[in-house]
Design a protein around this ligand. Structure first.
Ligand code: PEP
Ligand code: MG
Length: 777
């Protein structure tokens, strides 16, 4: 084991003293900042508290031995214990005192950041620091030194603190960064990867926060197209507006030869800024400012030049964040465009021996050890990073699925449970392989490519996870999200979308481990209501409006939940589930409605979606229940997923519904008589079948006439050919999984630009003709 130097290290390094080889001193991020600083790319001034300073602190504060001892006690597979022990370690770091000399040097460097003398050290940006007597705001970020720890699978795990001001706060946050070396995940990961904890170290970056008048992102190559244009997006104020999707940014396209070939100036409406206390504030812009071009021509060119410089230097297309304060450009961050990597990897087949193929159900690549699950009892075999192989997943497996690196099933199609849940979790999945549980061998390593449906022997590629990108296009046809699981709602919210077009509450029920009939038998309906309420509330915290479906529990999928009915249905798809179940069990349905009512009372807009409707009186009955519990501020919608709901669409509209949503997963199976879960007939399962398109078109037409809002929440809403068909037909919104939201929204924006004229009846007629040109399959 390497011994670390702890005597009189250099506590502070300025960016000018660092370069890409400084990882051992400044960590990955710090070294990167030094590298770009020395390229003469303008970065906000700052310094690094070295990894050696961290070592010195741990040694001198007298907590080294204590940490070592605590680490030796950890049982890595016992999550609770891991949490407990790492928490103790972090607390002891935060409680410890930074040695005097080190503290003085940090404070002195910080004061330099606020000093005119900084010319000598940093060179740029001093004009903005002049005359400031107040301490300045800085960002305090962790920068891990072990190279592998800095890689994508680990990124973002150590903490960063923004808007830090004053000596005391700075020192506290430095210690918090140090402590973040021992989060449960970081500690677990180091152990798993075989790194010695004693060798792990951490540098801390302290960097001036730019008080941005305008900010944005540059893609040195357009990530969504194959050309070499540079794309710049910019907003007034802080860049958060873009990332969160709250503001539609201006978009500039610059050709390779540095000509601005396209400018799309959007209405920004608001800007996010920071007030004098460091709190973020949303400022409403005047009409004039809102429509004003954010970047000046020379700024566009200057930023493009910087982007090219960075791309050349790092030899990879870069995704760059910038901020402009009083006409001074700062580069805040640069990293390789990961989506591009995914796109390229997805497009080409991996090299290796293909041992099995199935349906590509959830994109991404992962390798790991095979764990075959024959029985629910086997689930405890699953360790973080394993490949879950099973006949078919069911909702009881959700927790173990989260631990898996990838999922492979024998059965099922693209709308099967495994596929739906994996996509939401961002886990690569291949379904319907027919023989995975027989052909794959327990304990062997495989690579699963969820983008092509192929499974390879051994590890043939690095893991690639589908990233959630913020949606930036502004579209007339709204893009909404499908969010079923509270624990993945935050991930979905990264799209910046504020409306959920489908929440299946079965995810929440499954996580509780109990069937609604359990509560019924125990006379504990209040508990059931509470579970639904909390689950929906946890999802709703990230969104403004949610359409939530009452439970649709198919008996085969949920038979393992405690208290589930014992009888086996011969045809569960056609059996006792959806709204017919709710009407048969009014206490269950009413508890669900009451839970939604409570969420509505928190200020969220709620729409109620009724599944598997076949009769108008089912809607009437639910309305009676709503009246009974006095739930008034709710929209009522119907899933159009049975042939009868299509046939009865006029009557349903007359019943006073507010919206419909196409459940094409079921509509396709019921219209084509093709079981969506049976892999033998998946080649016939096609949502673009003319018979389906005919139904969709008819329903939209009738709804439009009756001013009933139209939407889709089936998986087909993520298929571009279906999106085109529906957008041309004038559907009001499309709900998709978060991982494709950006893609679909960009596509819709492109379609709408093409069909820019207002959507008239004439347009609909053209659209009908178009449908007729779809060939019979
Ligand atoms: C559908 O049928 O299209 C749908 C969205 O519901 P589920 O997949 O839950 O049946
Ligand atoms: Mg359905």
């Amino acid at each position: 084991m390497k011994e670390k130097r702890v005597d009189a290290p250099e506590f502070i390094k300025w960016f000018s003293e660092l370069n890409k080889d400084s990882g051992k001193i400044a960590g990955g991020k710090g070294a990167n900042l030094g590298e770009i600083y020395n390229l003469k790319v303008p970065v906000p001034p700052g310094f690094v508290i070295t990894a050696q300073a961290y070592d010195y602190f741990i040694e001198k504060a007298g907590i080294k031995e204590q940490i070592k001892e605590l680490l030796s006690k950890i049982h890595y597979e016992d999550v609770e214990q891991l949490n407990e022990v790492t928490d103790q370690i972090r607390k002891s770091i935060i409680k410890a005192e930074i040695p005097k000399k080190m503290e003085e040097e940090i404070i002195e460097a910080y004061s330099y950041l606020d000093d005119k003398n900084l010319d000598n050290v940093q060179g740029s940006a001093l004009d903005i620091l002049k005359n400031s007597s107040e301490p300045i705001f800085v960002a305090v970020r962790s920068s891990a030194t072990t190279e592998d720890l800095a890689e994508a699978s680990f990124a973002g795990q150590q903490e960063s603190f923004l808007n830090v001001k004053g000596n005391k706060e700075l020192l506290e946050n430095v210690k918090k960064c140090f402590a973040s070396l021992f989060t449960p995940r970081a500690t677990y990961y180091r152990n798993k990867k075989g790194f010695k904890h004693e060798e792990a170290s951490l540098a801390v970056i302290v960097q001036k926060m730019v008080d941005a008048d305008k900010s944005g992102v540059i893609f040195s190559k357009d990530p969504s197209k194959k050309d070499d244009n540079i794309i710049i997006e910019a907003v007034w104020g802080l860049g958060e507006g873009i990332v969160s999707g709250k503001i539609t940014p201006d978009r500039y396209i610059i050709s390779e030869n540095m000509k601005v070939t396209e400018k799309k100036i959007s209405e920004k409406k608001i800007a996010i800024t920071r007030n004098s206390a460091g709190k973020r504030e949303i400022v409403k812009l005047t009409q004039e400012k809102s429509k004003h071009q954010v970047l000046k021509e020379q700024e566009i060119i200057k930023l493009s030049e910087i982007a090219i410089k960075l791309e050349k230097h790092f030899q990879k297309p870069q995704d760059i964040e910038f901020a402009i304060e009083r006409d001074e450009i700062y580069i805040v961050q640069t990293r390789p465009i990961t989506t591009m990597k995914t796109r390229i990897q997805e497009a080409k087949e991996l090299q290796g021996e293909i041992i099995l193929t199935g349906l590509a159900a959830s994109p991404g690549i992962a390798s790991g050890k095979i764990k075959i699950i024959e029985d629910l009892k086997d689930l405890k075999k699953i360790r973080q990073g394993d490949i879950l192989v099973t006949k078919m997943t069911n909702p009881d497996m959700v927790v173990s699925m989260q631990k898996s690196a990838a999922i492979v099933t024998d059965e099922g199609g693209l709308t099967a449970h495994a596929a739906i849940v994996s996509r939401e979790m961002g886990i690569p999945a291949v379904v319907g392989t027919q023989e995975a549980t027989r052909k794959l061998k327990e304990g062997e390593i495989i690579t699963v490519d969820g983008s092509t449906g192929k499974i390879y022997k051994g590890k043939v590629a690095e893991n690639v996870q589908k990233e959630i990108l913020p949606v930036t296009s502004k579209t007339k046809t709204k893009i909404k999200l499908i969010v079923d699981l509270p624990s993945f709602a935050q991930r979905a919210a990264k799209t910046g979308i504020k409306e959920v077009g489908l929440t299946r509450i079965e995810g929440i029920i499954a996580e509780s481990g109990k069937h609604p009939e359990y509560f019924l038998k125990q006379k504990k309906m209040q508990d059931y209501e509470e579970i639904i309420f909390k689950g929906i509330r946890d999802i709703a915290q990230y969104f403004d409006e949610l359409w939530i479906r009452t439970s649709d529990i198919r008996s085969d999928e949920f038979k393992n939940l405690e208290g589930a009915p014992k009888g086996i249905e011969a045809n569960p798809m056609l059996g006792m589930h959806g709204i017919r179940y709710g009407i048969k069990n009014p206490e269950i349905l009413k508890s669900e409605l009451k839970a939604l009512q409570r969420v509505a009372e928190t200020g969220k807009k709620i729409g109620l979606l009724l599944p598997q409707v076949i009769n108008v009186n089912e809607v009437a009955k639910v309305k009676e229940f709503l009246d009974e519990i006095q739930f008034k501020n709710v929209k009522v919608g119907v899933m159009i997923e049975t042939p009868s709901s299509v046939q009865l669409i006029r009557e349903l509209c007359n019943q006073g519904i507010d919206f419909i949503s196409f459940g094409t997963n079921d509509l396709t199976q019921y219209i084509l008589a093709v079981d969506r879960g049976n892999e033998q007939v998946q080649h016939l399962y096609n949502e673009m079948h003319p018979a389906i398109l005919y139904q969709l078109e008819y329903v939209i037409r009738v709804c439009k006439r009756n001013k009933v809002e139209t939407s889709i929440c089936g998986q087909a809403g993520s298929r571009k050919e279906m999106v085109k068909f529906l957008v041309e037909g004038g559907i009001d919104s499309i709900s998709v999984n978060a991982d494709v939201a950006k893609d679909i929204s960009d596509y819709v924006s492109h379609l709408e630009e093409k069909f820019n004229e207002p959507k008239t009846e004439q347009k609909n007629k053209n659209w009908v003709n178009k449908r007729q040109t779809f060939k019979l399959v």
